[in-house]
Design a protein around this ligand. Structure first.
Ligand SMILES: [Zn+2]
Length: 433
């Protein structure tokens, strides 16, 4: 055995050396070379040439090249992503919305609650190389009179939605295991991409459940969540859970959910009852647990940035920044998967990324990786996206400046390529030509 091992090792090196030098692609396959750029490898930028053929990325010199695109010294990063937005829906101006996402370099979007027929209406416009790719939960599980029933009511009152858009469409009311058994087949029949669930101050579930005062400010019995997780996982679906408090964060983790939506205290002052800041502080043991379970946390914090730190509510802004900095520092210390989401109907994750940058918890490299890689992976966990690797989808954005030197470079897109297709972007630099 001792004599065989070195030989085997040598053969491997020789083989990989050969395969990196060239690759054979059928003559009738169009190959495009993207030259004169630095490509992000997850740690730093490397000068190299990228090739795309049949929508797949390669760094091996191919047997033929049909077109060359000069990226003019640009910086190539994986596309950005948005793990929490409800705006890809037929009531919106979808064509303009898609163009804005593409202009911002955001190619992947996760919608953690939508009307199932709203998805059907936008499907012809999405999930193609020249558009954005979106996953949908097709409703969410909550308690009677729980969030988001109040949002549905707000849409029914002016006649925008009808009663049929409520229970059984935008949400499913579950107050017992028997309710879950009864409603689950109806939900699965809509062919959801994942499962959305709601916890709101679940530490007070019993006190809130029958009180009108908490209409829209309550969610599932936390004891039911693990049954939903079991059913979802048996059906091959991941589970996302809306949270408000640190106790919700804990209960979601205990139930085994795959993704937590929002950070504790993301709208601390919106609830009916007042709260102490300690109710929103994630515990060290929960940060450890989220890390060991591989749970994703989707931020949605940029609302804080709308408060002027020098205005009349400056103290609120300071408190929000302090809480967010504290919780994010803890999650970072335990290497929890942080994904970016905005939950902002008229916006996207660009302001979210800039707000997180302003907190100085993450350096440019780790924030870029959260936005491009981690966020894409919690939207499409089974796709080869979010990294610029051999054999991955040929999707990337090109920045005019180095985002590791100055993170604001993420706003200066010069090119976008999705699945090998060169996008037409309306960017400031294009307008100047
Ligand atoms: Zn939301």
């Amino acid at each position: 055995m001792k004599n065989v091992l070195p030989l085997f090792g040598f053969a491997l090196i020789a083989l990989s050396g050969f395969s990196q030098s060239s690759s054979t692609i059928p003559a009738d396959t169009k190959v495009t070379a993207f030259t004169n750029a630095s490509w992000f490898d997850g740690r730093s930028f490397r000068k190299r040439t990228g090739y795309t053929a049949r929508g797949v990325l390669s760094f091996r010199r191919p047997s033929h090249v049909d077109a060359v695109v000069d990226l003019k010294g640009g910086f190539v990063v994986p596309p950005f992503a948005e793990a929490h937005n409800h705006n890809v829906e037929s009531l919106n101006k979808v064509d303009a919305l898609i163009q804005r996402y593409l202009n911002h370099g955001i190619f992947y979007i996760k919608d953690p609650d939508n009307l199932p027929d709203g998805r059907d209406k936008v499907l012809p416009k999405i999930d193609r190389p020249e558009s954005i790719d979106v996953t949908f939960s097709n409703g969410g599980f909550t308690s009677s009179n729980g969030h988001p029933a109040e949002i549905v009511k707000r849409n029914i009152d002016p006649g925008v939605w009808t009663k049929a858009d409520g229970d059984g469409a935008f949400y499913y009311t579950i107050d017992s295991p028997a309710d879950l058994e009864r409603r689950w087949p109806q939900f699965l029949a809509t062919k959801p991409d994942f499962v959305k669930t709601y916890l709101l101050y679940s530490e007070n579930y019993a006190a809130r459940k029958d009180s009108d005062k908490y209409y829209g400010w309550k969610g599932l019995d936390p004891a039911l969540l693990k049954f939903i997780v079991q059913k979802a996982h048996a059906a091959g679906l991941r589970v996302s859970t809306h949270i408000e408090s640190a106790a919700d964060f804990h209960n979601a983790l205990s139930a085994g959910v795959d993704e937590i939506n929002h950070m504790p205290g993301f709208r601390a002052h919106a609830d009916v009852s007042p709260h102490a800041v300690s109710e929103f502080q994630i515990s060290e043991s929960d940060a450890k647990l989220a890390s060991s379970r591989g749970t994703y946390v989707v931020t949605t914090l940029a609302d804080a940035a709308s408060i002027d730190p020098h205005g009349p509510n400056g103290k609120l802004r300071q408190e929000a920044d302090e809480l967010n900095r504290r919780n994010l520092t803890l999650l970072k210390r335990y290497k929890v998967h942080i994904a970016l989401g905005s939950d902002s109907y008229r916006s996207d994750t660009l302001p979210e990324a800039l707000y997180l940058e302003s907190l100085h918890v993450f350096n440019s490299r780790s924030l870029l990786t959260s936005w491009c890689t981690t966020t894409a992976k919690t939207i499409f966990p089974d796709r080869k996206i979010g990294e610029l690797k051999e054999g991955y989808e040929a999707s990337f954005v090109v920045l005019g400046r180095d985002p590791l030197q100055d993170f604001s470079a993420v706003q200066h897109l010069v090119y976008g390529v999705k699945q090998g297709h060169i996008l037409k972007l309306e960017t400031a630099s294009n307008a100047a030509h």
